[in-house]
Structures are given as C-alpha cells and as structure tokens.
Design a protein around this ligand. Structure first.
Ligand SMILES: [Zn+2]
Length: 274
C-alpha cells in the first residue's frame, strides 16, 4: 500500500512538474535530505531557529482556517516542507517559484514561509482531493490558480497589486486570454511571457516585483467566489465530478455575478474572514 501511494505520488508529481520529479521525490523521505520535523505534518530545513518553527506552526493553523472558509471543511492533510535557504529549495526541485505542491507534499521556499503561500498550495491539494481524476484532469489551470490566489490572500497576488499593474500600465493578460491558460504548460508559458519568473532578479535590482498572471487569475475568481460562496464552490466541483463541462458549470456561477454587478466588485475580504 505504501509503495502504491509512493508510485501514485511520483506519477502525480511527474505530471505536475516534469523534470523536477526526482528532486520532488526526496520529499518522501525529508529527514534523509536535511529537513527535521517541527510538528505533525511540518518539516523545516535543519538549522531553522525557534522563531521560524513557531511561525510555521501558526501559518499551518491560519492556512487551515482559510481552506475551511473557502471549501466549508478540510479534506486534505498535506505535509509541509519549509526551506530556509534557496539551495534547499532548488535541491527539492523548486526553481523560479515561491512554493509548489507535489501531490499532498507542499514545498515552501524561503520567500514563501507564511500562511499565504501555504494556503495557496494547500488549496491545490484540497481541490484535487475533492475531484475525480477525470474532473481534475479537465480543470483549467487558470481556475485552479485563481481559487488558490483568492483563498491565500497573498499581497503579491492581491486586488491592490492588480490595481498597481493597471495604474503602472504593466502588461497583463486580458480576461479572454486568461481563459486560454488551460494546461499547466500554457500557464507556465504565460508566467514566463509576462516576466513573472524574473522577480528574484527584479528584487536584486531594487525594482518592484510583479505578478500579472496570478493577479489576473485572482481578479477573475474573487468576485465569483464571493458570489457563490463555499456552497457554490462545492456544487461546482460536484457538477464537474458528475461529468459536466467546465464552461457550463463556471458560467452558471458567473451569470449570477454579472447580474449583480455591485457585489461582483467586492474584494475577497468581504467573504467570511478565514
Ligand atoms: Zn498555484
């Protein structure tokens, strides 16, 4: 059984991340690769001080609250692996991102050691845990990412960041373009095209970091989620699991958003607080 789960995890990881699968596979035995347990389901890079350990425990609780607020309950129990150096993050297959998830194994970079990025990756794991394999396979990447962005409330992907991009006239996908980012490959290509994978270099030069693709996904999904709530999200997932096409299930929620425009403009903060 254990071996079967490992094979499933590796297959899932390979679908998600291509060549970083071997490094990601190390998360199956974190203590062999320089991580130490902090609490049940939390590992941190050896050498982390008590302040970081405490911050991680708090982040886990807050992220779980955010998942419960969005999905109504918590199905998934991911295991979190936190790196305090970029070398550790790269050794586990994390390059050009802040955090990532392999199946139910979350990997945080030193730049993502907070509840926002933990909740973002947890949302991916939660979404997956609630879907049939077929429904998950057909779920557009932009939708999965948009929900994760909205649930996490990360300032880097927030509505105010989107407004900054608009004010600064920084290129970002249109709504129609966003909807074409269906596969992980299309999503990653867009992230690269809009320069969202160059933030480490931007920060080193003292320039503002930008997230045009993630921020646009959040901008699209926040009013939708605010309108349909956790009950609507679960109904939407159930419809996909029942074989309904994505566009049909999504538009049903979207029509209600458009019809009630003033509420559609409300930020996520108007949902029940996580
Ligand atoms: Zn994501």
């Amino acid at each position: 059984m254990r071996h079967f789960r490992i094979i499933v995890l590796l297959l899932t990881a390979s679908l998600l991340s291509g060549c970083s699968v071997l490094q990601g596979g190390k998360l199956l035995a974190p203590e062999n690769f320089g991580l130490t347990p902090v609490a049940p389901r939390i590992y941190v890079e050896t050498g982390a001080d008590e302040a970081i350990r405490g911050k991680l425990r708090e982040a886990m609780d807050k992220a779980e609250d955010a998942i419960r607020a969005a999905y109504g309950s918590v199905n998934s129990r991911p295991i979190v692996h936190a790196c305090i150096t970029e070398g550790c993050y790269e050794a586990f297959g994390g390059r050009g991102s802040v955090a990532k998830v392999y199946g139910d194994r979350i990997l945080l970079s030193p730049r993502g050691l907070n509840w926002h990025f933990l909740a973002h990756e947890w949302s991916h794991a939660e979404m997956r845990s609630r879907q049939t394999l077929s429904a998950w396979w057909h779920l557009p990447e932009w939708f999965d990412e948009g929900v994760a962005v909205a649930v996490s409330e990360a300032p880097e992907h927030s509505e105010s960041h989107w407004q900054f991009l608009v004010a600064a006239n920084i290129p970002r996908p249109t709504r129609e373009e966003l909807h074409t980012f269906k596969s992980l490959r299309q999503w990653l290509d867009a992230v690269h095209r809009y320069g969202e994978d160059k933030n480490i270099e931007r920060k080193a030069k003292g320039e503002p970091e930008i997230s045009p693709v993630y921020a646009t996904a959040g901008h699209e999904l926040r009013p939708w989620l605010a309108k349909v709530g956790s009950h609507g999200l679960l109904t939407f997932i159930a419809r996909l699991n029942g074989g309904e096409e994505f566009e049909s299930a999504y538009q049903t929620g979207n029509i209600a958003v458009v019809r009630d425009a003033p509420q559609a403009a409300l930020p996520l903060a108007t949902r029940p607080s996580p």
